[in-house]
Design a protein around this ligand. Structure first.
Ligand code: FAD
Length: 511
């Protein structure tokens, strides 16, 4: 065996990023077979994980299925629920009752036949919201219905869905599965030092209780600290605090009033004077948090706003404040080290993109990790290009929510200052004033947010092209038939699908 071979991967950090990456790589390399690539994970027994991150994307279904975890087991052990999208409340302006839905997909694939221009022309009816015209799921969510039935196969949906989950329990489940079913070696220790080779790559990490741990390839999952990539290898950090203005979150876990209280079937995101509040329903509690800018509200007032949002029950509950550093590393992969999770970048949790990007990063590492260290430079370049693209599109997409708002408080007005808006977003928004969003805007295969996401947010926020020419988009009959079909499917599903808690209670019996 040549010493140039990559045989041992060492992951430092055991939060969602560490355990998801460990599980994904051990599964890909079939690490439980002796002689195959070995995956070791070092987790500090003293440093807690971030403990938030409860919203996911539909990709999580394929990820968990591939890892060999039963869906009913995952749902029961992580108090998980079905998430069918996000309801944005109060984002358009300061008036009460404005809301719209960002769903994951629509019933008809818009890259095949784009209904949006026809909706813009009023073909679906003048007052039908975009989400209701193209999908059944805003109606299902309003009624608290699940996206599937007890007879639907594991990980399949009658309608599309992701999950809300308990972050701590999710890491525990992945840890248990990684160690016992996938062959990951677990080391409980603090990394105290990172030793470099003469070529500047990582030779080994020093721990407090297990001496030196050697490896051929290292993955930094140490959270905001970025111990390997940032601190040891000196890769710099680009802050985006001038683009996205939030810098803190205050969170409270809220038990349900009754055992059978209904569970929200989507994330609620409610705009506030200096940020927004997320509200996520698990089976045993809600996770609620105010993401805010400390330049625009004091910490005390932010907590008071969150408590007021929750109501009387908040009085006896403890709040936790988290500082968030928005930005990204100038490189994600450097020599024999790659950062995944908060150690690589964090944009803000508005669209729950972080765990999705952890899944994407670990998939790309599994696919692209070369067998020899000599070839690492090629994977490094491809990975860095790919993830710089994905993060910059994520920044633009999240910033777009703020730019489109007509809210008037200083936080929202500051978010609309030209100097805070990336040029790429300005260009895209200008083009969508002339033409509706189309598949031609999404040429890149690894675009993080699909065309539908932009349509839901742009049209939900009331941002429409100035004018759709009468002599364009003339297949009115086809559009009418598809809009009618959406309504028919909606009526059928309302009668057919169970209430979310009722289904989860049944699933729990199998978990
Ligand atoms: P952490 O959870 O911080 O884990 C770091 C690990 O490194 C820990 O195990 C720690 O013990 C270990 N470690 C650190 N130093 C050492 C050392 N010296 N030696 C050994 N081990 C060490 N994402 C979403 O996708 N959806 C959401 O809804 C969402 N909401 C969020 C809300 C907020 C307020 C925030 C801040 C983030 C949110 N995120 C969300 C992001 C998400 O929480 C993270 O991306 C995810 O939890 C991964 O975190 P991590 O594993 O990178 O870091």
């Amino acid at each position: 065996m040549s010493s140039d071979e990559i045989n041992t991967i060492v992951i430092v950090g055991g939060g969602t990023a560490g355990w998801l990456t460990a599980a994904n790589l051990a599964k890909s390399f079939n690490s439980k077979v002796p002689g195959n690539i070995k995956v070791k994970l070092i987790e500090s027994p003293d440093i807690p994980t971030i403990g938030v991150g409860e919203g996911t994307w539909p990709t999580m279904r394929a990820t968990l299925a591939r890892l060999g975890i039963k869906e009913s087991h995952f749902l029961a052990t992580c108090n998980a629920t079905f998430k069918q999208g996000t309801k944005f409340i109060g984002w358009q302006n300061d008036q009460h009752h404005n809301q719209y839905y960002h769903l994951f997909t629509s019933i008809f694939d818009p890259t095949q036949f784009n209904l949006a221009p026809y909706w813009l022309k009023g073909v679906a009816g003048q007052s039908v919201p975009y989400a209701s015209a193209v999908s059944a799921q805003s109606a299902l969510v309003e009624l608290g219905l699940a996206p599937k039935k007890i007879t639907t196969k594991e990980y399949e949906g009658i309608q599309n869905y992701a999950y809300h989950l308990d972050a701590g329990k999710f890491s525990e489940l992945l840890k248990e599965h990684s160690i016992h079913s996938l062959g990951v070696e677990f080391i409980s220790a603090n990394v105290t030092d990172v030793n470099l080779s003469s070529d500047g790559s990582i030779a080994n990490v020093q721990t407090d209780t297990h001496n030196k741990i050697e490896g051929d390839f290292f993955i930094d999952c140490t959270g905001f600290k970025s111990l390997l990539l940032g601190e040891a290898l000196g890769v710099g950090f680009t802050s985006i605090k001038d683009t996205l203005l939030t810098d803190h979150a205050v969170t409270i876990q809220v038990p349900y009033e009754h055992e059978d209280s209904p569970i929200n079937a989507c994330t609620h995101s409610t705009a506030q004077d200096a940020g927004w509040i997320w509200d996520i329903g698990l089976t045993n509690r809600r996770g609620v948090g105010y993401v805010y800018s400390s330049q625009h509200v004091s910490h005390e007032d932010a907590e008071a706003t969150l408590r007021q949002y929750i109501g009387d029950s908040a009085q006896r509950l403890t709040a936790r404040k988290i500082k968030i550093d928005l930005g990204y590393r100038n490189k994600f992969w450097h020599k024999n080290c790659v950062a995944v999770g908060l150690s690589a970048a964090f944009v803000e949790p508005l669209e729950a993109s972080a765990i999705f990007l952890i899944e994407a990063a670990s998939n790309m590492i599994a696919d692209q990790l070369p067998s020899s260290r000599q070839a690492l430079q090629f994977a490094e370049r491809k990975f860095n290009e790919s993830f710089m693209f994905r993060w910059s599109k994520t920044i633009d997409f999240i910033k777009m929510h703020y730019v489109l708002s007509d809210r008037k408080s200083p936080f929202w007005q500051d978010n609309k200052l030209s100097s805070t808006i990336p040029a790429s977003l300005k260009n895209a928004l200008a083009s969508w004033q002339e033409q509706s969003v189309s598949a031609y805007d999404f040429a890149h295969v690894y675009e993080p947010f699909p065309m539908e996401s932009y349509q839901y947010v742009l049209y939900g926020m009331g941002n429409k092209p100035k004018n759709i020419a009468a002599n364009r988009y003339t297949d009115i009959d086809k559009a009418k038939a598809q809009f009618a079909q959406v309504q028919k499917i909606t009526e059928h599903l309302i009668k057919d699908l169970p209430e979310q808690r009722a289904l989860l209670n049944k699933v729990a019996q199998y978990g």
